[in-house]
Design a protein around this ligand. Structure first.
Ligand code: ADP
Ligand code: 5GP
Length: 220
């Protein structure tokens, strides 16, 4: 069943979603579809020092930068968070996240568990989602099928995957990506439910409830 949100009521306040999971668990696949289906959801394009993969676009998948430029961004306080993952540096530029939230829009960060921890410390109401593979065997098959990394890189990603997955207990929501269609449904359901919170829909309450001028007024 396809989710149809084309006529839904916009939330007044956006949310910051943090998506984490070991490489190859399907984060990018889930995120890309959610961005198509859920209106007003934006994606934070990270900066990275890792080389561009075939099919990736600079400025769309990542901002591909060299070590010197990355250090400049960190030193200038322009990163909301950053971490070294699999030998490369990755970071979230702060300005687009601030701009989205200030404008009432929601934004999705696809980052590792070190970065997720930094964001949770800086922004207490961030919503964190961890994507799990059905098993380690399945994860290995997916990394091989993607066929964009060398054998040595795949082996390293698998051993680091176990370290990432050990942190899944720190997250608000867990989505197991076994059957892809079910995983899309679970992932989008979490985002939609968070955007339907009454605390994000003050103007909707005011439209229907006489005297509900104060958004904090409990509505029974
Ligand atoms: P990540 O962003 O977490 O590194 P990707 O979204 O790039 O992962 O997915 C890794 C590979 O696994 C891709 O080739 C993708 O098409 C495939 N994949 C994702 N989800 C599933 C699934 N549920 N079943 C089978 N293959 C999947
Ligand atoms: P990949 O190289 O497969 O695109 O990503 C490798 C890892 O880096 C993934 O775990 C991904 O979530 C993480 N990552 C991507 N962007 C960022 C970022 O901006 N910050 C942090 N901390 N991790 C990131």
């Amino acid at each position: 069943m396809a989710l149809d949100l084309s006529t839904w009521t916009r939330p007044d306040r956006g949310a910051l979603f943090v998506i984490t999971g070991a490489s190859g668990t399907g984060k990018t696949t889930l995120v890309k579809k959610a961005l198509q289906v859920i209106p007003e959801l934006g994606f934070s394009v990270s900066a990275t020092t890792r080389p561009e993969r075939v099919g990736e676009k600079d400025g769309e998948d990542y901002h591909f930068v060299d070590q010197a430029r990355f250090a400049e961004l960190v030193d200038g306080g322009q990163m909301l968070e950053w971490a070294e993952v699999y030998g490369n540096r990755y970071g979230t530029p702060r300005a687009p996240v601030d701009a989205a939230l200030a404008g009432g829009r929601s934004i999705l960060l696809e980052i590792d568990q070190q970065g997720a921890r930094q964001v949770r410390a800086a922004m207490a109401d961030a919503i964190s989602i961890f994507v799990l593979p059905p098993s380690f065997d399945a994860l290995e098959r997916r990394l091989r099928r993607r066929a964009t990394d060398s054998e040595a890189v795949i082996a390293r990603r698998l051993s680091e995957a176990r370290l990432q997955i050990e942190h899944c207990g720190e997250f608000d929501y867990l989505v197991v990506n076994d059957d892809l269609s079910s995983a899309h449904d679970q992932f989008q359901a979490v985002i939609v439910a968070e955007l339907r919170r009454r605390s994000r829909l003050d103007s909707l309450v005011r439209r229907f409830v006489a005297g509900a001028e104060d958004p904090a007024t409990p509505v029974v």
